[in-house]
Design a protein around this ligand. Sequence first.
Ligand code: FAD
Ligand code: NAD
Length: 326
Amino acid sequence: EKKVLGASSKDLTPSYDWFQTDSLITIVIYTKQKDMNAELVILDCEDKRLRGEIIVDDYSYLLEVDLDHAIQKDMAGLFYRKCKLVSKTEVTHDTKLFCLLLPESTHLHIPTGQHVYLKQIIAGTEVVKPYTPVLPFLPLDFQEPYCHDSAYIYLMIKIYSCGLFTQALDHLQIGDYISVSSPEGSFKKSQVQTSEDLFLLAAGTGFTPMVKLLNFALTEVSCLRTVKLIFFNRTEDDILWRNQLEQLALKDERFEVQFILSQPIRDWMGKQGMISSSLLSEFVKRSRKDSKVLICICGPTPFTEQGIQYLKDLGYSQEEVHPFTA
Ligand code: FAD
Ligand code: NAD
């Protein structure tokens, strides 16, 4: 739900004030919240217009200031800013890591578990698709929270040979611009913060939300005993960041990764198959009888839907399962 921020308000809606010198204008937003942080504030400045989005609980408050005269209000949906494609690197035969640079005047930090929308004009029509930002790599040292330069957004995207959006994306040249929305998504970090066992069920590019989640879990959640990624792919060549995941498992004893292939082509000594009740009962187990567990699941819709059903049949409650969907 979006609300427009008023200059003064008596209820719990944040209010704001501003002051200026010859060269500087300062806007102060009073949120009446203790735990404000960089992820909860999005700022964009385009020409003479300053636009702020402040997230407090389940609300998103909009602040728009025209730096010449009146304050303007715009209740339109998601806000898009143009980002520059600065690099494109291969992850697998069909998946690439796109690095986008935010405009200099934008402050935007994408929270763990949330996605953005990319917008392109394709054959004269505006096309929008969701993507989940990742980190540039899996940090191996979990002593310190890993924070990469938030001027960049990294997207791991599979290019489909008949894909409308991904084909256009693949044809972008370094230096070209693409519109990126503000983040969205229902995942809350607090869901992991009290967990003792975290299971991540990912299929194909459904791995993308797990990247920041892994980083967050292993650096900032002290009560976690086990973090297990069960990663479903067609073939060995489709496994995203396999080497990095194996390195991480060697480095951090809380973390374990299991690859399961649906169409192995070479001699594959590992597990084979699709998501099933028997696979889940084999790999998703509480480390102690009553341990607090969170199971996150993401992949093609039938994968996610089947997974949710199997987990329910195995006795996991709705609160213990978080599906990533649009
Ligand atoms: P389309 O033109 O839609 O088609 C893609 C291919 O799939 C084609 O080969 C087509 O024939 C086939 N296809 C299309 N629909 C179906 C269907 N229903 N069943 C079977 N086959 C079908 N993708 C990423 O690569 N990285 C991400 O980080 C990422 N994050 C996402 C986050 C969210 C919340 C959601 C919902 C999706 C995310 N996706 C992500 C998927 C992404 O949004 C696009 O769907 C994907 O890039 C394909 O777009 P496209 O226009 O190229 O393909
Ligand atoms: P893919 O077709 O390569 O399949 C990967 C694995 O998923 C397969 O090996 C199989 O184990 C499983 N799978 C595929 N189809 C299945 C089915 N019908 N039933 C059960 N299991 C099945 O996957 P991909 O091309 O990388 O696609 C990834 C999917 O993840 C896309 O549909 C994308 O939209 C989705 N995704 C969603 C989000 C999100 O909602 N937050 C984020 C990223 C990706």
